[in-house]
Design a protein around this ligand. Structure first.
Ligand code: NAP
Length: 249
């Protein structure tokens, strides 16, 4: 009678609130990466499942009748594991991924790259980049110890970063005024980011455009073939409620 909601995003928290309010039995799952995470309402479990096999076991033990994968668009491993575990166990699965920024009015002015390695080589000219690609991306820029990088992270870094780097610890949503000030105060000559999409972290794109700062955007990893995907919370909610209704009938 229970839906598993793979979370770690604002959309997952919104969906959890709507499903709990509608009386849909639900377990939200978080990876446990972030210190002091914003918790969704309802039941929550935290930590990895132990790969695809562990997730298959979890689905059977709970038991889980349907899965909503509302993880971040760049959480490709979790999405792959969810697809494989649901296929093996015959559990219905839907992917909820917010729209990317390809339709942003400034998108055609940005340099799009396929991955972090391409981002690092495309941005090799930059001396004062503002880096907002997340903690796990930092190894791709390890060679940048000789430049004045400003890196924004949700939590303080666990590894030592180059002495010249400026670390800004902050959590969205970010304002346009704040983003302008960050770019201006760092005298950033480049914004390097990834196509997370959504409104929470989009102000930096407008700020960079207004200040004439070039932008490099890492494109999303490909979606898992064969998995139905929706980009708004309402569609995922209706799908899950249908399963709750069917299950509960
Ligand atoms: P990932 O690389 O796709 O996943 C790595 C492993 O983390 C998975 O194999 C799984 O471990 C565990 N995991 C990931 N999401 C989980 C979840 N919701 N519940 C339980 N275990 C989970 O994931 P990631 O990119 O590190 O992201 C981790 C979490 O942070 C996700 O919940 C995601 O929504 C959130 N997040 C990610 C980003 C980003 O840029 N990647 C940004 C904002 C938020 P096992 O194999 O042991 O099951």
């Amino acid at each position: 009678m229970t839906v598993l909601l793979l979370g770690g995003t604002a959309e997952a928290r919104q969906l959890a609130a709507e499903l709990v309010a509608a009386g849909c039995p639900l377990i939200s799952s978080l990876a446990g990466r972030v210190r002091d995470p914003a918790l969704p309402v309802g039941r929550v479990r935290i930590g990895g499942f132990g790969g695809t096999d562990g997730l298959v076991d979890f689905l059977a033990a709970a038991p889980i009748e349907a899965v909503v994968d509302a993880t971040h668009p760049f959480a490709a491993t979790m999405s792959r594991h969810a697809a494989e575990a649901c296929r093996r166990s015959g559990t219905p699965l839907i992917r909820l991924a917010r729209p990317g920024w390809s339709a942003h009015p400034l998108a055609s002015t940005w340099t799009w790259v396929p991955d972090l390695a391409a981002a690092a080589s495309t941005a090799a000219w930059s001396r004062r980049p503002l880096l907002t690609t997340g903690r796990q991306s930092l190894p791709a820029f390890a060679g940048w110890h000789d430049r004045d990088v400003c890196v924004r992270l949700v939590d303080p870094p666990s590894d030592l970063l180059p002495a010249r780097w400026r670390i800004v610890v902050a959590r969205g949503p970010y304002t346009l005024a704040g983003e302008r000030e960050l770019i201006r105060s760092h005298q950033a000559d480049l914004l390097l980011t990834k196509d997370s999409g959504g409104a929470f972290t989009a102000a930096k794109l407008t700020a960079a455009g207004a200040l004439g700062v070039p932008v490099v955007v890492v494109a999303r990893p490909p979606s898992v073939p064969g998995v139905r995907s929706v980009d708004d919370v309402g569609a995922a909610r209706d799908w899950a409620l249908e399963r709750c209704g069917t299950i509960g009938a």
